[in-house]
Design a protein around this ligand. Structure first.
Ligand code: NAD
Length: 479
């Protein structure tokens, strides 16, 4: 059956590897029709600040399936990441990144590694909500939802089951971020209990990443938050052999996008030497999604044969394991010549004709009773005597919301004063009712007026709530 998909050539090495991938798809008989859209830099430059036109959105929505080459995103300024915009707009909540070694034909310290990173794709620091509110300090908001955590954890277990994987490992930093990462971990534990046939465990992300870099062959499926998933999947792809080898799928309820895990590689763009395998593997994930697993198997086996025959692009070339150093086009020609062949040493891909797309129902989040019990007011204050500030605020606080403490960069500086703490101009002042009894928003408004009348500058407010009596905010040191 002919399927119509949307294709974007991207930039950097994007056009080179996309042309190679489309040649492979056509030669293998994938029977696809393509709608080509332009996204990214040329669109920004034409004045469309989102980097994607309305017509392109309409094409994406019409076709449902998107094969995308990498796009360059400026660092430290400039327009927002279009990759992130597309993932969030189309609800592509699950980013699946399989990383497998091709040893001994591609050098890897971990010849038996074969793992899959399931990365949450819509939340976390990728909201990109950042502010500078004082002379010194900038902040970024980390947003984690219960429903988002449930969706991705459930996807990871369903993926493990469908792909005959044995264990799902969760990685978070919930010893520090007890609410955000804590929500993810608690959700993982709850969902894991529904899958007794799959083993589960949890690592704090720092030691988890260390173990991944040291012994990735001990991992199977890893589920983690957006930022950690982005980082650990690059590590695992690189230690498997090259970031140029791994493909990735971005799956949502109604849409799916397929790509390589790597970026636009500006350092080698235009030279025609990029490894197209990552995007080709991404395209094979797309074929499986479209129910064309037999074609995916044919392409992936030809890719294995090419690698096994030592026909290698520069990123995986070595005197010991390669017979020929090739450019993108020569690699693609060699792969196409091998369509229909099976590798002799590497384990051939086997298509599962019964594979069905994983469908995750929208999670139902239990409604809890919310009570306002206090507020954190953030001040821009350029002094450095926290006692002076604390005494001033204490005098201005109200009976309903007395001052409890002040922190600077998260460490308490009032009422306990430690002279050696280096402070900035960003002060968090916690006001809480006695015994965490409920207060009104009018109480908070009166407090804000009183603090402002005392000549202090409030730059931000985070209210303190309980949910069914359970604290909805983290405690400060010594609180
Ligand atoms: P990168 O992945 O583009 O490159 C990292 C290194 O790997 C470079 O040395 C590069 O030459 C090499 N490499 C990457 N792909 C290769 C391939 N197919 N063949 C051979 N070598 C390859 O990472 P970067 O340099 O940090 O990012 C460049 C740009 O790509 C940035 O603007 C970034 O935002 C963007 N990016 C886009 C995506 C995406 O579109 N999904 C993903 C990651 C990064």
């Amino acid at each position: 059956m002919t399927d119509r998909i949307t294709v974007a050539y991207g930039d950097g090495i994007g056009p080179e590897i996309m042309k190679a991938t489309m040649r492979v798809l056509d030669a293998a008989g994938a029977d696809l029709e393509y709608d080509i859209i332009t996204v990214g830099k040329p669109v920004y430059l034409s004045g469309v600040t989102s980097g994607i036109s309305d017509d392109s959105w309409a094409t994406l929505r019409k076709n449902g399936v998107f094969l995308k080459a990498p796009i360059t995103t400026p660092q430290g300024g400039g327009y927002k990441s279009l990759n992130v915009t597309i993932r969030k707009t189309l609800g592509l909540f699950a980013n699946i990144r399989p990383c497998k070694a091709y040893a001994p034909y591609v050098h890897s310290h971990f010849p038996t590694m074969d793992l899959v990173v399931v990365r949450e794709n819509e939340e976390d620091l990728y909201a990109g909500i950042e502010h500078r509110q004082t002379n010194e300090v900038v902040q970024s908001l980390k947003l984690i939802s219960k429903s988002g955590s449930e969706r991705i954890c459930r996807y990871a277990f369903e993926y493990a089951r469908a792909n005959k994987r044995k264990r799902v490992t969760c990685m978070t930093k919930d010893n520090i971020m007890k609410l955000t990462d804590g929500t993810f971990h608690a959700t993982f534990d709850r969902i894991a209990a529904e899958y007794p046939d799959i083993e589960n465990d949890h690592y704090i992300i720092d030691i988890g990443s260390a173990r991944l870099a040291d012994s990735p062959q001990n991992f199977d499926v890893i589920v983690t938050l957006n930022l950690y998933g982005d980082i650990v999947s690059d590590i695992t792809a690189q230690v498997a052999g090259s970031v140029g080898l791994c493909g990735s799928s971005n799956i949502g309820k109604d849409f799916a996008m397929f790509e390589a895990i790597h970026g636009s590689a500006p350092d080698i763009a235009g030279k025609g030497i990029a490894n197209p395998s990552g995007l080709i593997n991404g395209a094979c994930m797309m074929l499986n999604h479209l129910g064309k697993g037999d074609i995916a198997q044919k392409i992936q086996n030809a890719l294995l044969c090419t690698i096994e025959n030592g026909i290698h692009t520069g990123d995986i070339y070595s005197e010991e394991t390669s017979s020929r150093r090739v450019n993108t086009q020569e690699f693609t020609d060699a792969l196409i010549e091998r369509l229909g062949n099976k590798p002799k040493q590497l384990v051939p891909f086997a298509n599962n004709p019964d594979a069905k797309p994983i469908v995750i129902e929208d999670p139902k989040v239990k409604q809890q009773t919310k009570a306002l019990v206090g507020t954190d007011l953030y001040l821009d204050w350029s002094g450095n005597d926290s006692k002076e500030l604390g005494d001033k605020i204490k005098a201005a606080s109200t009976d309903a919301l007395p001052l409890r403490l002040i922190t600077n960069r998260g460490i308490q500086v009032y009422p306990n004063v430690h002279a050696e703490i280096t402070t900035t101009d960003h002060w968090r002042c916690r006001f809480k009712s006695s015994d965490e009894s409920s207060v009104s928003t009018k109480d908070v408004a009166e407090l804000i007026t009183s603090i402002t009348d005392a000549g202090l500058e409030i730059i931000k407010m985070d209210n303190l709530y309980t949910f069914d009596g359970e604290r909805g905010y983290s405690l400060c040191q010594g609180e």
